[in-house]
Design a protein around this ligand. Structure first.
Ligand SMILES: [Zn+2]
Length: 227
């Protein structure tokens, strides 16, 4: 997400999506067509979902356990060379699932939250120009929150992939991800990303709750933001 300059991040996504498996096969080759279909079907998500989860895991389990979790997810290669561009939403979903399988629920939730906070910190440090941060700090809190929410909505593919994201700016600020492709019960990663962004950029009192969740049978994940 890059507030105030979406074009840069958008072109990065376009590059990532164009690269998968399209050049090593002859036209008409069934395998090439299958890979192209897969590339078109597998939506992309920002690499921090994987990079920061690896870092969060490393803080609480051994390197061997980190490797085991990444192998379970089928993405152990990222431990050797971290993702430099966007990653497949299926890869992120597999990693989040593997973390939940490997760790006790409280520990898995703590890892997801640490990863989400670090992802938000990366966004604030690298994707939001200082001038925009200054404007957000200068605006009335209610207005700044709506500006931030709209920006998150515009860059929603970086955290929601193929999920359909809507933002609500009425009495209750909210983000909704219909058919969230990386949902896990409670969506601790998403909650932490959004809460950290609002705490740092809008108000230290900001809180995000998650009353509806695809991973618990709801049709959409809903995140409510109170500032
Ligand atoms: Zn959810």
């Amino acid at each position: 997400m890059e507030i105030g300059s979406g074009a840069t991040y958008g072109s990065e996504a376009g590059h990532a999506n164009a690269g998968d498996g399209a050049t090593s096969h002859q036209p008409g080759d069934a395998s090439a067509r299958a890979q192209l279909h897969h590339a078109a079907a597998a939506a992309r998500i920002g690499p921090n979902a994987i990079i920061q989860t690896a870092a969060a895991l490393s803080a609480v389990v051994s390197p061997q356990d980190v490797r085991c979790i990444f192998e379970t997810a089928g993405i152990a290669g990222y431990l050797t060379a971290g993702p430099a561009t966007m990653v497949g939403e299926d890869e992120v979903a597999a990693l989040f699932h593997a973390v939940d399988l490997a760790l006790p629920p409280a520990d898995a939730a703590a890892v997801a939250r640490a990863s989400g906070r670090a992802t938000a910190d990366y966004i604030v440090a690298n994707r939001i120009p200082r001038t925009v941060r200054n404007v957000l700090a200068w605006l009335p809190r209610w207005m700044a929150a709506r500006v931030l929410l709209a920006s998150i909505r515009r860059h929603s593919w970086t955290f929601a992939g193929s999920g359909r994201v809507t933002a609500t700016t009425g009495r209750q600020l909210a983000l909704t991800i219909a058919v969230n492709p990386i949902a896990r019960p409670g969506c601790h990663w998403h909650v932490a990303v959004f809460e950290r962004l609002f705490k740092v950029l809008i108000s230290p009192d900001a809180r995000v709750t998650h009353p509806c969740c695809c991973a618990r049978g709801d049709t959409a994940c809903r995140f409510e933001i109170d500032i």
